[in-house]
Design a protein around this ligand. Structure first.
Ligand SMILES: [Zn+2]
Ligand SMILES: [Zn+2]
Length: 341
């Protein structure tokens, strides 16, 4: 089968790989029909993450089920079904999964996911076929009629954006939100969900004018284009750092959040960060860090997409051909690239 692999900095290519196959009764074999490029994939392709190749790339997809082990079939899935494939498999039964934290499932090695260099060598979600462990819990049925192109990024980025804002806005409807952005698409998706979930003012800061325009199109009340200041004035019970700037972003978030507020860190930093701790301490700041728990949160995201409560179309490219993926990973279009077969 063909597998899309990151081989070395600046090189992503299709390679011939052994066919994926069922291994355990809980497995499913799927073939992606829509795959989205995560902001992280661009960094992997460029070689700035510290991940060492080669490995299959891609962790956001909608797929069709081709084969099921006995346990996976007993779990309610069926061959031919269209499903979301979240960025990591999750068993559904360990204490972490039971607590709603599928991103830290104890049945998979820590940090493992599709499409990254991780202890468990899962496939990549651009591959012709992918083995999915714990399929009955890992995979999420797509609501009828929902376009796979629109939904693929719910496997990670869109669900990430949702959970970065949802808890605060559930507890404090109308709360104003500050988004510090430097990511190609995550910040815009954060704005989109904050608007849909009833945020008050949404201020979006970015050095890139095109990204600021996109954020405005999906609901930002105000956009500011320029370098991040030390602190943004205002009253923001929630600040989301998607700046991608480990020295400036988290510190600016902590200085800008309202007393008792929350800083949610959406950027993936591969090193240590330092924070203005005394400032945070005196104002009682809560920090939220970590990858999203997709299995418990994505059903809400898929429902919002199906009902039209959110429309990410302004953030997505039109459907692209999978054959274009190696080139576009290195020379990405503006917006989130989504490939359809
Ligand atoms: Zn991702
Ligand atoms: Zn688990």
């Amino acid at each position: 089968m063909r597998s899309l692999q990151y081989t070395q900095p600046g090189l992503v290519e299709w390679v011939d790989a052994p066919d994926a196959a069922l291994r355990d009764p809980g497995d499913a074999l799927v073939h992606p029909v829509a795959s989205a490029m995560c902001d992280l994939d661009r960094r992997i392709a460029a070689g700035t993450t510290g991940f060492t190749g080669p490995f299959p790339i891609g962790h956001e997809a909608v797929a069709r089920i081709d084969e099921l082990g006995a346990d996976a079939a007993a779990g309610g899935l069926h061959v031919g079904q269209t499903v979301l494939v979240p960025l990591n498999p999750a068993c559904g039964t360990c204490a972490q999964c039971q607590a709603g934290r599928s991103g830290t499932c104890a049945s998979i090695p820590s940090g493992s996911a599709f499409g990254v260099a991780s202890p468990a060598a899962y496939g990549g979600l651009f591959d012709d076929a992918v083995r999915v462990p714990f399929a009955a819990h890992s995979l999420l049925p797509l609501p009828p009629g929902l376009d796979p192109w629109l939904a693929a990024a719910a496997a990670d980025s869109m669900t990430d954006a949702y959970r970065l804002v949802a808890p605060t806005l559930a507890a404090q409807p109308d709360a104003s939100v500050l988004v510090l952005n430097g990511t190609p698409t995550l910040g815009s998706l954060v704005v989109m969900f904050a608007r849909a979930l009833g945020a008050g003012e949404i201020l979006f800061c970015d050095r890139d004018p095109a990204r600021a325009r996109r954020a405005h199109a999906v609901g930002a009340s105000e956009v500011r284009v320029g370098e991040l200041p030390d602190r943004v004035d205002g009253h923001f019970p929630l600040v989301v750092d998607c700046s991608g700037q480990p020295e400036a972003g988290p510190a600016c978030a902590v200085r800008s959040v309202a007393p008792g507020g929350t800083c949610a860190f959406g950027s993936v930093y591969f090193g240590d960060i330092s924070l203005p701790y005394r400032d945070a301490y005196h104002r009682g700041v809560e920090l939220r860090i970590g990858r999203p728990h997709v299995q418990p949160n994505a059903p809400t995201v898929l429902r919002m997409l199906a009902e039209g409560a959110v429309d990410p179309a302004p953030v997505l490219t039109p459907p692209l051909a999978y054959g274009e993926a190696p080139r576009l990973m290195l020379d990405p279009p503006t917006g989130k690239a989504v490939f359809v077969r």
